[in-house]
Write a protein that binds this ligand. Structure first.
Ligand SMILES: NC(=O)c1ccc[n+]([C@@H]2O[C@H](COP(=O)([O-])OP(=O)(O)OC[C@H]3O[C@@H](n4cnc5c(N)ncnc54)[C@H](O)[C@@H]3O)[C@@H](O)[C@H]2O)c1
Length: 469
């Protein structure tokens, strides 16, 4: 659905009026265009004591052809970067601030005590005003649960407060994330940084990502712009909305897409499949025979590589007014079918080893929502499934992750009454709703063959919504 206020706020007259009235000022977010570079501007690099991820960062920036600059307090970046063959220089000289940059990256992995937090202050105090619109901030740390001392775990956990606050302060479409990298997982960073530092993550902010040692054997795409080439991907609920966008983005990345939806949605499904050169599969995933039908279809094609559980329904009523069948329908379609399909696909080998499962949860499953007890149970259950299955599926080289969308402009949200819809749209750090493509890009990052170090993650695509934050 079109957001008229967003267009108005970006017109010359609208911008003046909105400034004068002090109203929220959403910016047209930059979104990924096929063929564009990962980072469209310079990168300022900072770090705390004993930063341990600088070499991994240099390898990444070299791979994406980025131009980097060293903050005053991290002069050693120049030699690390030069050694990796990167063009680099110092950002500030004689106390003068340097040029505007598109990305701020701070390596906090070596910080072991809260008394070292000043390094964070100096870097972000100096650089905050130098970040260009739709800029990106990533802070890298070590997972607190893997730290060897309580003091180290404490300062590492403290990084969450910093990044979440930066996401709220920076405005102008900028995002801020925290990436915890396990010891030994340094080489798994690339797919995550490619996502978080590019316009692909336009509507993702204030998130905490855990990058771990690889599940199965790590794979590097030969061509990052066709990362899913040769992969067969099932997308459920693909006839419209977020599912159609997922199918399109997967196809853009080179995948062969099997687009599934209920038989009643055949017309829309055929249109999507035709547009992306995929196949249409009309099937109600809620029926008991669905898992077997999917296993048979996958095995007939030599197995599938990725399953995206996007199909979902709402049947909103307060629990006192809700009929039992409305509860059962929602829990069945949104949660139990995913469990049954995963079990059948994994047990039969129809989902290949090295496969990816990506689920669609919701911020309702994190925060709860009035009139959505059934929906919130199903979406919180998806999070439980992802977290409990991740270590089990890792033994088969399969990853499982979820996205939790906030307010996304689709037919589902167009049906919300005006006042509630406007509140849902604006109550986030971007002051606007997300687009289906924003959810699709996050799902593609999880599905990437190079994302073998990412499992058990639940990432919100919500513009850092205040709901459940
Ligand atoms: N739109 C949002 O703001 C938002 C926010 C949070 C989460 N989500 C989740 O994102 C997913 C997609 O949402 P959307 O807004 O695109 O919704 P949508 O209603 O536009 O699309 C959902 C699709 O799922 C299909 N589907 C439903 N039941 C099915 C079944 N039994 N078998 C096969 N297909 C079935 C529908 O036919 C439909 O095409 C859902 O899981 C939804 O809960 C959406």
């Amino acid at each position: 659905m079109k957001d008229g206020y967003l267009d108005f706020a970006n017109s010359p007259f609208g911008a003046k009026l909105i400034n004068a009235l002090g109203l929220p000022k959403p910016l047209q977010l930059e979104r990924y265009q096929a063929g564009q570079p990962v980072i469209t501007g310079s990168v300022l690099v900072g770090g705390g004591e004993q930063s341990s991820l600088l070499e991994a960062l240099a390898v990444f920036f070299k791979s994406v052809g980025a131009q980097t600059l060293a903050h005053d307090k991290l002069p050693q970046w120049v030699s690390v970067a030069n050694k990796a063959g990167l063009t680099t220089g110092r950002w500030s000289l004689n106390g003068e601030k340097g040029e505007k940059v598109k990305v701020l990256v701070f390596d906090a992995s070596g910080m072991t005590d809260s008394t070292q937090s000043d390094a964070l202050y100096w870097f972000f105090h100096d650089a905050a005003r130098s970040l260009l619109p739709c800029g990106r901030v990533v802070v890298l740390g070590r997972p607190p649960e893997e730290c060897i001392s309580p003091r180290q775990a404490t300062i590492q956990r403290a990084l969450e407060g910093l990044t979440r606050s930066l996401g709220k302060e920076l405005k102008k479409g900028c995002t801020a994330q925290l990436v915890y990298v396990s010891e030994g997982a340094e080489a798994q960073l690339e797919s995550t940084l490619r996502f978080l530092l590019s316009p692909r993550s336009a509507y993702v902010s204030g998130q905490v990502v855990r990058v771990r040692k690889p599940v199965g054997s790590p794979q590097q795409p030969a061509d990052w712009s066709q990362a899913l080439a040769g992969k067969k991907v099932l997308v459920t609920g693909a006839s419209r909305g977020i599912g159609a966008a997922i199918a399109e983005v997967m196809a853009r990345e080179g995948a062969t897409v099997i687009a599934l939806d209920v038989p009643q949605a055949q017309a829309g499904l055929d249109e999507v499949a035709k547009k992306i050169g995929g196949t249409a599969l009309a099937l109600d995933i809620g029926v008991p025979e669905a898992p077997k039908k999917l296993v048979d279809a996958a095995l007939a094609q030599g197995g599938w590589d990725v399953i995206v559980h996007n199909a979902g329904i709402t049947r909103d009523k307060t629990i006192a007014n809700m009929k039992e069948h409305l509860w059962q329908q929602v829990v069945n379609v949104n949660l139990s079918t995913q469990e049954r399909i995963n079990d059948a696909m994994v047990a039969s080998g129809a989902l290949k080893s090295g496969g990816r499962i990506v689920c669609v949860s919701s911020i309702s499953g994190i925060a709860g929502n009035m009139g959505q007890t059934n929906y919130a149970v199903s979406k919180a259950g998806v999070i439980g499934m992802v977290q409990s299955q991740a270590p089990i599926l890792a033994e088969k080289g399969i990853t499982i992750n979820a996205v939790a969308p906030g307010f996304i402009e689709t037919q589902m949200t167009a049906a919300i009454p005006f006042a509630i819809r406007e509140a849902g749209r604006r109550m986030n750090s971007m002051s606007q709703g997300g687009q289906p493509v924003d959810v699709a890009e996050a799902i593609c990052w999880f599905a990437n063959p190079a994302s073998s170090g990412i499992t058990g993650n639940v990432i919100r695509v919500c513009g850092q919504s205040l709901i459940g934050a």
